[in-house]
Design a protein around this ligand. Sequence first.
Ligand code: ADP
Ligand code: TRP
Length: 321
Amino acid sequence: MRTLTGIQPSGTLHIGNYFGAMLPAIQAQSRGECFYFIADYHSMTSLTDPVERRTNTRDVALDWLACGLDPQHSVFWKQSDVPEVCELTWILGTLTPMGLLERAHSYKDKTAKGIAANFGLFAYPVLMAADILLYNSERVPVGKDQKQHVEMTRDIAIKFNQTYGETFVVPEEEIREGVATVPGLDGQKMSKSYGNTIDIFGEEKAIRKRIMGIVMDSRTPDEPKPDADKNVAIQMLKLVASPEVAAETETRLRAGGLGYGDLKKTLFEHTWNYFAPFRAKRAELAADPGYVDGVLATGATRARAVASDVLQRARHACGLV
Ligand code: ADP
Ligand code: TRP
C-alpha cells in the first residue's frame, strides 16, 4: 500500500500540527511505503517572498526529519524538483470541469476572505490531483479541510481512465477522524490563524511564557473542579505526558488542592520534555549544512523514477506520444 501526502512549507509548526498530522504520518512508515513531499508549488498560491519560501522549505524538511521522518524508508522530496507534475497538471486540467473547481470549498473560502483569485489558486486542486496520480498513490491521509480535494482527484482519475483508458490508480482518501483536534491556549482549535499555538521548536522561555499565560477561571486552588476534564491544560497534558501522570493530575485538579499555576508548570515541563529528543535531533541535523539538501536530492531522484514512468504512460494514453 503506497501512502502519499503533501506538506505545506508554511512556517513554524505547532503541537496541533504534530499530533494531528505529523505523528500519524510518521507512524504510517511502519505500515508500508510512504511518499512525502514539500508542496512548494502549492505555497506559491499564498506566499510571494522567495527568501521565505526557501527558508520555510528547509525548515519544514528539518522539522519532519527531526520528528521521525526516516528518509531511508520514505521517499521525501520537494515538489518542484519533479517538474513532471506540471505537465500532468495541464493534461488533467483539460479533463477537469470548471464546475468542479468552482465548487471547491477551499477556493471559495479563500476568495471570500478577500484573497485575490488567480489561475493558480483556482487550479490548486488539479495540481494536487497531479501530485497524487503521478506516484500511483493508493492512500492519501489528509486533514478534513483537504477531503474535497482528494475526492476531486478521484473524479479526475476516473474521467481520465474512461476517456483515455486505464492509466491511473484511483486513490482512497484517509481522513484522520480518529485524531483529536488539539486545543489551543484559548480552548479553540490550535491554529496559527488564531495565535493560540505552542510551537514544537520554540524557545524555552517563550513556550513557558505562553503556557503560564493560559487564562483559567478564578476558582481557588482548594476548590474541587468537577469539570477538570474540560480544562485546556489537562487536555494538552494528555498528549504530552504518560497516561498515569495525566490521570493523576486530572484527579488532583478534580478533588481540589492543585492550583492552576502548578498545573501549568506541570504542563510546561512535560511539553518541554516530550519534544526534547526532537530538538536535539534537529540541532544535530541543522549543524550539517548539506544534510537536508542531500536528503531532498536523493528523494527527488527516487520520486522522479516513478513520476517519469507514470507520466509516459499518461502521455501515451492521450496520444502525445
Ligand atoms: P493551521 O490551522 O495552524 O494553519 P494547517 O491548516 O497548516 O494548520 O494544518 C496542517 C496540518 O495540521 C493539517 O493536516 C491539519 O489537519 C493539522 N492540524 C492543524 N491544527 C490542528 C489541531 N489543532 N489539531 C489537530 N490537527 C491539526
Ligand atoms: N493541499 C495540501 C494542504 O494544504 C497539501 C498537498 C499538496 C497535498 N498536494 C497534496 C496533500 C497531495 C495530499 C496529497 O495540506
